[in-house]
Design a protein around this ligand. Sequence first.
Ligand code: NAD
Ligand code: DAU
Length: 332
Amino acid sequence: MKVLITGGAGFIGSNFTEYMLKKYKNYRLTVFDAMTYASNPETINKFRKNKNFKFIKGDICDFKAVMNAVKGQDMIVHFAAESHVDRSISGPEAFIETNVKGTFNMLEAARLCGVKKFLHISTDEVYGSIKKGKSKEGDILDPTSPYSSSKASADLIALSYYKTFGLPVVITRSSNNFGPYQHPEKFMPLFITRAIECEQLPLYGDGKNVRNWIYVEDNCSGLDIVLHKGKNGEIYNVGGDVEEPNIKVAKCIVDALSRDMGLIKFVKDRLAHDRRYALNSSKLKKLGWKPKYKFEAAIGLTIQWYANNDKWWMGLKGKKFSKYYRSNYGKK
Ligand code: NAD
Ligand code: DAU
């Protein structure tokens, strides 16, 4: 089986690539990634020795490059996207280009090349902020930010390719992932890496916005099930069991690293900041999916990973050596 993974040098895509290389020894995986600011070459360097792994540097907005990569592939798992909500507020255009036009290019190439499965990776943010209950796959789309709106647009175009052309599309919408290899612009790695360095932790608004956390490996096992057992034309939510307000997660990080709670600083809120996301994942559970990790254990593993891999994130922050690195390993 030949699988093309777009965005495989990013957070979830690289965790998924690792998961698949371990589980399916006879699959040949090709990562197609533009290596934007969100990626890190070190993330995928570890795969390079594996004979079942291939890397193509390419942009999903470049249709010719996309066609060349898609030819001969059996399945596509499409992660590549601009993924950070704050950036979509300060510069929305790249989100429309990559998430809408780029996804269109992927779908069109998949149709022309007769790909047998197209797994489109979407997000719980397309349902918008919800006051109570949990979002189900059939709920209306009510996205807030340019990011979530671009993702909702891409979902609709993907479904149109199933309905109109019979392209075997399946969609997953997952909740907030956390774990190794997440860019330190995102809440959890930002707070962990700043707490490691005893820097202030900028908590938006009143800190009571709620996110539905899922450990990235649990998302990967859900994606694997949808890729192999999901019904064409269907959407599957992939949500963790835990809902927490940001303030509680921030305190948990500060506590685990034995830092001072005074590091937490309330700052100006994000524009149109969605208050709460929560997913009902019973449809995926009926296919046999069960998350493996408890939140407390998984956040511990995550903190440990960032503490052990400071070289990986220091580069992404544009720093050579951190205060933490110096105090632990001496001056360089
Ligand atoms: P990420 O920002 O860590 O990685 C995105 C990857 O896509 C990067 O390697 C980047 O170089 C690549 N990329 C960006 N633009 C590209 C382009 N034009 N052509 C080719 N490659 C390009 O993102 P992530 O957090 O791993 O998210 C992956 C997918 O999952 C996205 O589609 C996102 O919307 C979705 N998602 C993420 C979360 C989450 O909590 N992180 C939750 C639900 C859904
Ligand atoms: O819900 C799934 C989505 O989760 C994905 O689709 C997105 O790609 C991913 O980035 C993430 O979006 P969020 O906006 O929820 O994640 P972020 O890490 O940016 O923020 C999480 C929460 O923390 C949110 O309520 C905003 C808050 N926050 C974030 C940052 C960066 C802060 O309080 N301070 C911060 O500095």
